[in-house]
Design a protein around this ligand. Structure first.
Ligand code: HEC
Length: 210
């Protein structure tokens, strides 16, 4: 009885190892190697798009934008702009994490990229560290979204939105006219985004180039 079981096991094993052998043989073909490498990677569940829209086509405000990747904070203080900076004063800029991951890999903004700019006032101008500009209160929130299919008439496929004033940002952002935002962004150094002012993006791009 024991011997029979052993024989059956050997039979089973050899039958089972036949496809394994064939698979191993196929692995010497470069295309098969790639397929196997991909299969070995953990299958990530499809990511939820950062941009979603309501029935009116307005951009739904992300609930957690302050947890996105913070890329920098240009500052155009009122007191350096005759008391009325066009975009007062700090501009805290965030990108959705999935698009940042893709940018880090490929060095370009993927379709579906969402970049948010939250304006923050200058609060104190003096701290124990010295004189300077320190962040005060949130002022307003704006966004730009890249989607060449949805926004095929917009230059570069980028649409611009405004969520209004803090602290009561609108649940959905109002779409801005091309000439209000996009025209000026056409002059940006990289794909409608002023990446030259964000060291985090510059460093990510330099890595992607390698
Ligand atoms: C006069 C030119 C100009 C106009 C008009 C303009 N922007 Fe910008 N925007 C800039 C510049 C320059 C930066 C980067 C430096 C800064 O924030 O001061 C920027 C930054 C941004 C960013 C961060 C990403 C990036 O490209 O750096 C967003 C988002 C943004 N603007 C949205 C808007 C929206 C929404 C409007 C329209 C309501 C708008 N902008 C109008 C010049 C402009």
């Amino acid at each position: 009885m024991k011997r029979f079981q052993f024989g059956a096991l050997v039979l089973l094993l050899s039958a089972g190892s036949l496809p394994i052998f064939l698979l191993g043989f196929g692995a010497s073909n470069p295309t098969t190697v790639v397929t196997q490498a991909q299969a070995a990677e953990p299958q990530s569940s499809p990511k939820k798009a950062a941009a979603s829209y309501n029935a009116e086509g307005e951009l739904i405000r992300p609930a957690d934008h302050r947890e996105w990747v913070f890329v920098g904070a240009p500052v155009t203080p009122n007191d350096m702009n005759d008391g009325k900076a066009a975009f007062p004063e700090f501009h805290n800029v965030y990108i959705d994490p999935a698009s940042f991951a893709s940018y880090k890999k490929k060095g370009t903004f993927p379709e579906g990229t969402v970049i948010l700019k939250e304006l923050v006032s200058v609060g104190s101008k003096s701290m124990d560290s010295g004189n300077g500009y320190f962040q005060g209160e949130f002022i307003s929130l704006e966004a730009m979204v890249k989607d060449n299919r949805r926004f095929k008439d917009e230059p570069g496929g980028w649409a611009f939105y405004r969520f209004g004033e803090a602290p009561d940002y609108k649940a959905a952002g109002l779409r801005m006219k091309t000439e209000s935002c996009n025209d000026c962004h056409s002059g940006a150094n990289e794909d409608y985004v002023f990446t030259e002012t964000y060291p985090v993006l510059r460093a990510a791009k330099a890595k992607a180039a390698k």
